[in-house]
Design a protein around this ligand. Structure first.
Ligand code: PGA
Length: 337
C-alpha cells in the first residue's frame, strides 16, 4: 500500500448468500468495519440480494455512493453492456443503480472461463459501467499454464490494454483487480513479491495514460486472500487492497482482512507524519455525519474524493490519451454477442 491511496477491501460472494443470509452477513460486516475509517469496503452479493444488502449497509454504516464517498459500497458481479432489450436473463446498469449498486466486478476469471467472456466484451461492459456512473472493478490475471510458460506479464498487458482502450481513463475511473487464476479458490496465494511485480507492471502500463491515472488507480490483489496472509500482501507498495472470495463469506474473517488493511494504512500514515491514528469512535462514523469527519487521506487517492467531478458525480476525464490496444484486441463498436 501507499499512503496516498485509500485501501479497498471487496468481498465477492459469488453464487452464495443470495437471500436472508445476505442481510445477516452484510449487517455484521458493516457494523464491525465502521471503526476502520482508513479503508473502503465493498460487498458484491448475487443480483437477488443487491437491493437488500444496499438497504442493510445504508442503515448500518452508510453506503458508498458517488456523492458520499464512505461506508460500505455495493457491487454487482456482472452486468450487460446495453441498457435494455431482449436479453433474457441479463441485468443492465439502470437496474443495478435502481437496486443500489454503485460498483460492478467485471471480467472475473470465472466469467471468462465458464461464460466465455472475452477481452472485447469486458471492454464494452467497462465503458457501459462508466457511462452509467457505476465504478468498475476490472479483473485480470493469468492461468497456471500461462504463468508456467512465463507469459504472465504479456497476458496482463493484453487484458489491460483491451479494456483501457474502450474509454479515456481519468484518475479514479475505477479499480483493477489482479487475480492469478491459479490462486482463486485454491488456497494457493501468490507470494507477495510476485504479486507486487505484476502490480508494479500494471501501474507502469497505467502511466502510459498519465502519471495521475497511475497514481490514483487502486490495484487490488485477489486469490485466496485470508486473514492470515492479507497483511503480507497489503504491505507491498502497489497492492492497494484485496478482492476476497471464499473468506468474504465469513464476517469475522473478512473483518480481519479489513482490519489488516487499516493497520497497514495507520502505519503508513504515521510514517508520513499524518494523523496518529485513523481510528475513531464508531459513533463518529454515523451515516449522517461520517462523511465530513472521516480522514479521507490524500484527496487524489480514491474514486470518491479525488478527481474533479462532473455535476452528476462521475469523475471527469483528464482528457488523457488512452492506452492503444494491441491489434488483436482492438475494441470497436460491435455488440458483444
Ligand atoms: P478466493 O476468490 O478469495 O476464494 O480465492 C477470489 C475471487 O474470485 O475474487
Amino acid at each position: 500500500m501507499n499512503p496516498f491511496r485509500r485501501p479497498l477491501i471487496a468481498g465477492n460472494w459469488k453464487m452464495n448468500a443470495g437471500g436472508q443470509e445476505a442481510c445477516v452477513l452484510a449487517n455484521e460486516v458493516a457494523a464491525k468495519t465502521r471503526r476502520f475509517d482508513r479503508v473502503d469496503v465493498v460487498l458484491a452479493p448475487p443480483f437477488t440480494a443487491i437491493a437488500a444488502v444496499a438497504h442493510e449497509v445504508e442503515e448500518t454504516r452508510g453506503s458508498i455512493d458517488v456523492d458520499e464517498g464512505f461506508g460500505v459500497g455495493v457491487a454487482a458481479q456482472n452486468m450487460h453492456h446495453l441498457q435494455s432489450g431482449a436479453f433474457t436473463g441479463e441485468i443492465s446498469t439502470p437496474m443495478l443503480r435502481d437496486a443500489g449498486a454503485t460498483w460492478v466486478i467485471l471480467g472475473h476469471s470465472e466469467r471468462r472461463q465458464h461464460f466465455y467472456e472475452t477481452d472485447h466484451g469486458v471492454a464494452l461492459k467497462t465503458k457501459a459501467a462508466l457511462d452509467a456512473e457505476i465504478r468498475p472493478i476490472v479483473c485480470i490475471g493469468e492461468t497456471l499454464a500461462e504463468r508456467e510458460a512465463g507469459e504472465t506479464l504479456q497476458v496482463i498487458e493484453r487484458q489491460l490494454r483491451a479494456f483501457m482502450a474502450a474509454f479515456e481513463p481519468s484518475p479514479g475511473f475505477g479499480v483493477i483487480a489482479y487475480e492469478p487464476v491459479w490462486a482463486i479458490g485454491t488456497g494457493k496465494v501468490a507470494k507477495p513479491e510476485d504479486a507486487q511485480e505484476v502490480h508494479a507492471r500494471i501501474r507502469e502500463l497505467l502511466a502510459e495514460v498519465s502519471e495521475e491515472v497511475a497514481e490514483a488507480t487502486r490495484i487490488l490483489y485477489g486469490g485466496s486472500v485470508k486473514a492470515d496472509n492479507a497483511a503480507g500482501l497489503l504491505e507491498q507498495l502497489d497492492i492497494d487492497g484485496a478482492l476476497v472470495g471464499g473468506a468474504s463469506l465469513d464476517a469475522e474473517g473478512f473483518v480481519k482482512i479489513v482490519e489488516a488493511a487499516q493497520q497497514v494504512a495507520d502505519k503508513l500514515a504515521e510514517e508520513e507524519g499524518g494523523p496518529p491514528s485513523g481510528q475513531r469512535n464508531a459513533g463518529e462514523l454515523d451515516a449522517d455525519t461520517g462523511a465530513d469527519e472521516r480522514d479521507t487521506g490524500d484527496a487524489t487517492s480514491s474514486e470518491e474524493g479525488a478527481p474533479p467531478s462532473s455535476a452528476d458525480g462521475v469523475p471527469a476525464s483528464d482528457g488523457a490519451v488512452g492506452i492503444e490496444p494491441d491489434d488483436d484486441d482492438a475494441v470497436d463498436d460491435r455488440e458483444n454477442t
